[in-house]
Structure formats: structure tokens, C-alpha cells
Ligand binder design. Structure first.
Ligand SMILES: *Cc1c(COP(=O)(O)O)cnc(C)c1O
Length: 420
């Protein structure tokens, strides 16, 4: 079942027309399908239901409380990278025992909070982090369960800004150092070694990268076993790609290939397997709805100037990402345009030289695959308030994040009395 379909040539999200939604909510806004989020999570989790697994949604991808609550209801755990994300996960009723804490720069404050909550595991990314964690744990007299995030030195064959598992990336521990660190950790008070962790990057569509990395993790797993170091879980991270463009494989196809890799290796691990999918769960469950403000013809180019900007959606300029863009009302005629925003930056674009449907002033466009790494990275650059997020379930729509107001923005600033 598709949750994003045309009905009478109008884009619908579940049972609601984008035209109706835009009557009720000022553009631009993000809009998610609850059914699609749920379906994607189930698809992933059910694919591995024959194994002993825990699926921890990567909260940084889409940390809206409504989205997290929906996933909590499906039994999801959480992969978090800050105290803010731990608090978000807990507030959405994700149990602490399903939370794994990743990130290269955990502070003592964050560690102490996570320890007091009794989270499932710290994914430790360096020796200095291990030492600090051991101290914090000792002071609190609370044992920290840890994995080391291993950098397996594989090429994830993805965009350079989202590759994390190659030598020289800031993430994880070089695999050559792993045994030594595991032995050190095993000798520390208040540190309980429980796992091995990896996360090699994002938007990975060549599953041989996972295969190579897991093979290396497996070698380490067996070495640790012979050293009597207890491994209760291996965490294969996230990273599975989603379909942004029509000529790319579908998520179902990628998941099948990924599952073949996992199923081949899983019998060798006599422990729980943790996954940290993010993009896969929510990317194609969200769209950004925006309105054309002006159409400008100049130097043999047509610019579609829309009311969303790079402050709302930064992926095209940050990652060279291609997002499919369609007209809210299906058109039969096409033209080549640059879709750009109002922000005073040349990098403020959503598509360059894109052949798309002819859309006129005041008409609506739909920017697809924006349910992951989009709203979470929005900001108020150019004093443009952070936009709303809407959730659609069946024929109901809910505001799940209010748009910031200009007053909200101004009120955060403080003018010292001497300047008044
Ligand atoms: C970002 C991140 C994820 C999620 O990656 P996706 O590509 O969105 O699946 C998982 N684990 C860690 C440690 C991350 O930083």
C-alpha cells in the first residue's frame, strides 16, 4: 500500500489532499504519514523477527516526539547521540533498557544522566572516553555497560560527508586497537563489557560494504571469545539506503539484499543483534510542501522561487542530495527549472536544471523523501522561523511541531540594559 498517491490528479498523503492540508497549514511545512512510518518500521523489524534482535531507531534522523511515540508503540528502541535525545526517547516512552548511546563527544554530564537512567549500552568511541566513563560510573557507583564502536576500515561507497567507517574518519576505534582496549575495559571497575558496535555510514546501497564490515566484526568477536571477554550483543548500526530517485533500488529491494548479508552472518553470533536504522524508517514517510512565490525567467533559465529555503531543508546543498519534486496537482507538461528558495545564499536551492512539471506562481510543490535528516536540521537563518511538522493518519492531520513565530525568535535575544 502506498501512503502517497494521486487521487483525481492531486497528491494525497494517506487520505488527505495536499491542497486541503495547505488550506489549513501555512506553507512551507513538513508532512509525515503515520502509516508509512509504522509500515517501514514493521518491514525492517519483521525481516529479522526470526533472530534475537533489538531495533533502535536513530533519533537524530527525525526526533519529533510524535514520531518517537509512534515508533515506541511498535517496540522500537533508540540510538541516541546526546542528552537531549535520551530525554526525547524517554519522554516518548522508549524504555531506558532499549537505549544505546552513540557519539564521539559524550560529556560527563551526559554520561551521569545516562547511567542514572540505566540505559542498555554506551557505544564508546575512544580510550579517553572509556577512562572518563569509568570515573563517572565509579563516582556514581553505577556500572556502565559498554560496546566499543569499531571502525572496520571499509569503504561505504557513499557521499563523503556521510561515510563514517573508513580509517581517518573521526568515528570509532581503529580495529587494530580493539583487542587491547577491550582488555583494558575488562579490567576496569564499574565497566561491564557487553558488546561490539559499528556504524559505517549512511545511504549505503552497496551491501557488500556491510558484508565486509561484519566479517571483520566477526573475527573480532571470535578473538574476544577466546579471551573470555563476554559479548552479549553485536550492533550493526544503521546506514541502509532509501530510494530518492526513480532509477534507484526500492527500499524493499535493498532490505532483501541487506537481509541476505545479515542472515549469512547471524548464525555465527551467539548473541543478540542490535540494528540502528534511521533514514530507512522515516525518509520516504515525509514530504515538504512549499508554494511558488515567483517564477523568474532570466539568462535562458527559469527559476522557480519557492517559500521554503535551505534553512528548512539543507540536504541538497549540504550533501548534493537529489530530492524528487512534483506539482501538488499532476501536470502533463514539463520544463527545465532551478528550484530555489528565498535565502540570500547561492547554495539555497532544491534542484538545478531539473526537468519537472510546469508549475506556476502560487501553486504548490511537493519535495519528496524529506522525513529523515530534514526537519531536524532546520534552522532560522535569515530570521525565517523554523517551520511546522504535520502528521497525517488516515483522514486526520495533526500539528506535531508548531511553527516558530517571529516573536519566539526575537524573544530569545537579550539586549543589555546599557544598549536600550
Ligand atoms: C546516524 C546514525 C545512525 C542512523 O543512520 P541511517 O543511515 O540513518 O540509518 C545509526 N547509528 C549511528 C551511530 C548514527 O550516527
Amino acid at each position: 500500500m502506498s501512503f502517497f498517491e494521486y487521487k483525481n490528479s492531486v497528491q494525497h498523503i494517506e487520505q488527505l489532499s495536499v491542497l486541503d492540508l495547505a488550506q489549513r497549514h501555512p506553507t512551507p511545512f513538513y508532512c509525515y504519514s503515520a502509516g508509512k512510518i509504522q509500515t517501514q518500521f514493521r518491514l525492517f523489524a519483521d525481516t529479522f523477527s526470526h533472530l534475537n534482535t533489538l531495533v533502535c531507531f536513530a533519533v537524530k534522523v527525525n526526533s519529533n516526539q510524535a514520531v518517537l511515540s509512534l515508533l515506541a508503540g511498535q517496540g522500537a528502541g533508540a540510538d541516541v547521540v546526546s542528552m537531549g535525545e535520551i530525554k526525547r526517547a524517554l519522554a516518548a516512552n522508549i524504555p531506558a533498557q532499549k537505549i544505546v548511546f552513540s557519539g564521539v563527544a559524550k560529556t560527563e554530564l551526559e554520561m551521569a544522566f545516562a547511567l542514572e537512567q540505566n540505559i542498555l549500552c554506551f557505544n564508546v568511541e575512544s580510550e579517553p572516553e572509556l577512562i572518563v566513563l569509568a570515573n563517572v560510573a565509579k563516582n556514581l557507583k553505577i556500572t556502565a555497560n559498554i560496546s566499543f564502536r569499531i571502525n572496520p576500515n571499509v569503504d561505504a561507497r557513499t557521499h563523503k560527508k556521510i561515510s563514517t567507517g573508513k580509517k581517518g574518519d573521526k568515528f570509532g576505534i581503529d580495529i587494530e586497537q580493539a583487542i587491547e582496549l577491550y582488555q583494558q575495559a575488562n579490567s576496569l571497575e564499574y565497566i561491564n563489557v557487553t558488546g561490539i558496535d559499528m556504524h559505517i555510514g549512511s545511504q549505503i546501497s552497496d551491501v557488500t560494504s556491510f558484508d565486509q564490515a561484519i566479517q571483520k566484526i566477526k573475527t573480532l568477536y571470535f578473538e574476544l571469545k577466546t579471551l573470555n571477554i563476554n559479548i552479549e550483543h553485536v550492533d550493526f548500526g544503521g546506514g541502509l539506503a532509501v530510494q530518492y530517485e526513480e532509477d534507484q533500488p526500492t527500499e524493499a529491494q535493498l532490505l532483501t539484499q541487506y537481509a541476505q548479508v545479515i542472515n549469512r552472518h547471524a548464525p555465527d553470533f551467539a548473541c543478540q543483534i542490535i540494528f540502528e536504522p534511521g533514514r530507512f524508517i522515516t525518509a520516504n514517510a515525509g514530504v515538504l510542501i512549499s508554494k511558488v512565490i515567483y517564477k523568474k525567467e532570466q539568462s535562458n533559465k527559469t527559476f522557480l522561487i519557492v517559500d521554503a529555503g535551505m534553512n528548512d531543508l539543507i540536504r541538497p546543498t549540504l550533501y548534493d542530495a537529489t530530492h524528487k519534486i512534483t506539482a501538488a496537482t499532476k501536470k502533463e507538461v514539463f520544463e527545465s527549472v532551478d528550484v530555489v528558495g528565498p535565502v540570500c545564499e547561492t547554495g539555497d536551492y532544491f534542484a538545478l536544471d531539473r526537468t519537472m512539471e510546469v508549475v506556476g506562481q502560487n501553486e504548490l510543490i511537493v519535495i519528496h523523501t524529506t522525513g529523515a535528516y530534514c526537519a531536524v536540521a532546520s534552522n532560522s537563518y535569515n530570521s525565517r522561523p523554523v517551520i511546522a511538522e504535520i502528521l497525517v493518519q488516515g483522514d486526520q492531520d495533526y500539528v506535531i511541531r508548531k511553527a516558530q513565530t517571529i516573536k519566539d525568535m526575537i524573544d530569545l535575544d537579550i539586549v543589555p540594559a546599557c544598549l536600550k
